[in-house]
Write a protein that binds this ligand. Structure first.
Ligand SMILES: NC(=O)c1ccc[n+]([C@@H]2O[C@H](COP(=O)([O-])OP(=O)(O)OC[C@H]3O[C@@H](n4cnc5c(N)ncnc54)[C@H](O)[C@@H]3O)[C@@H](O)[C@H]2O)c1
Length: 248
């Protein structure tokens, strides 16, 4: 029996990087995949790759920073498939290096809107559906920056710390309703999110990691699969760190 057989899995940011790797991993494990990503995404390639694995899939447009768009995307999922079993709240944008004393307020607001408030909007409407149907699983994308400071990435790390708080609150408030929520905390992962980073900064991240390389999106997708499936049935409000040894 595959680990997500017949599960309806909703993945924000499912068209790129970690979200795409998770979409393909879930497809291999028997799930039906809802790829939720920005309206202008070129999603055909991802949908073709999912379909080639024999899985059903649907693209729904979403901007996680817009509450109505989030509500609509979750409604469309439930209208199409009748329920929602697993939600991977993964969509996010990268940080900009800055001091706190000279932080640009607009950059702060946008980071918090997408990476933290967007997670709250998704969780709110996912929980409403889970309460109606008698349970569900949430996997929230945090970061190693949700556990410790990453020098200069201020609103990014603040948002990711907030995701940890959100995840723990879901666990304590909804465990009795058969709802679990856990968070994934990777260090730097080789995805399009890092494409704006100068080569010397990228090299510094690699040099500062005992494993001497970035994580691959497929490695993070395995952590998603663990939390999404019954393999983690007694994990709630906790996190999995993928950091190549940094915290050690
Ligand atoms: N790459 C890393 O080093 C790294 C490390 C730790 C955590 N993360 C987190 O992993 C998640 C996925 O990042 P990735 O590295 O795969 O990046 P990515 O850029 O490859 O993918 C991000 C996806 O999110 C989507 N997205 C962006 N803003 C959105 C919005 N407002 N509404 C809906 N979708 C939106 C993008 O279209 C894209 O498909 C992010 O939350 C990121 O913070 C990444």
């Amino acid at each position: 029996m595959r680990r997500l057989e017949n599960k309806i899995v909703f993945i924000t940011g499912g068209n790129s990087g970690i979200g795409k790797a998770a979409s393909l991993e879930a497809a291999r494990e028997g799930a039906t995949i809802v790829v939720a990503d920005l309206p202008k995404s070129n999603y055909e390639q991802t949908m073709n790759e999912i379909a080639a694995l024999g899985a059903k899939c649907l693209f729904v447009p979403i901007d996680v920073s817009d509450v109505n768009s989030v509500k609509q995307a979750i409604n469309s999922t439930v209208e199409k498939f009748g329920r929602l079993d697993v939600a991977f709240n993964n969509a996010g944008i990268g940080g900009v290096h800055s001091g706190i004393h000279d932080m640009d307020e607009e950059i702060w607001d946008r980071l918090i809107a997408v990476n933290l408030t967007g997670q709250f909007y998704c969780v709110k409407y996912e929980l409403q559906q889970f309460l109606k149907q008698g349970g569900g699983v949430i996997v929230n994308m945090s970061s190693l920056g949700g556990i410790k400071a990453e020098r200069g990435l201020v609103p990014y790390t603040v948002a990711k710390h907030g995701v940890m708080g959100l995840t723990q609150n879901i666990a304590v408030q909804y465990a009795a309703q058969n709802i679990r929520a856990n968070a994934i905390c990777p260090y730097f992962v080789d995805t399009p999110l890092l494409k704006a980073a100068p080569p010397e900064l990228r090299q510094a991240w690699i040099d500062g990691t005992p494993s001497k390389r970035l994580a691959r999106p497929e490695e993070v997708a395995k952590a998603f699969l663990f939390f999404a499936s019954d393999d983690s049935s007694y994990c709630n409000g906790t996190q999995l760190i993928l950091d190549g040894g940094v915290m050690a």
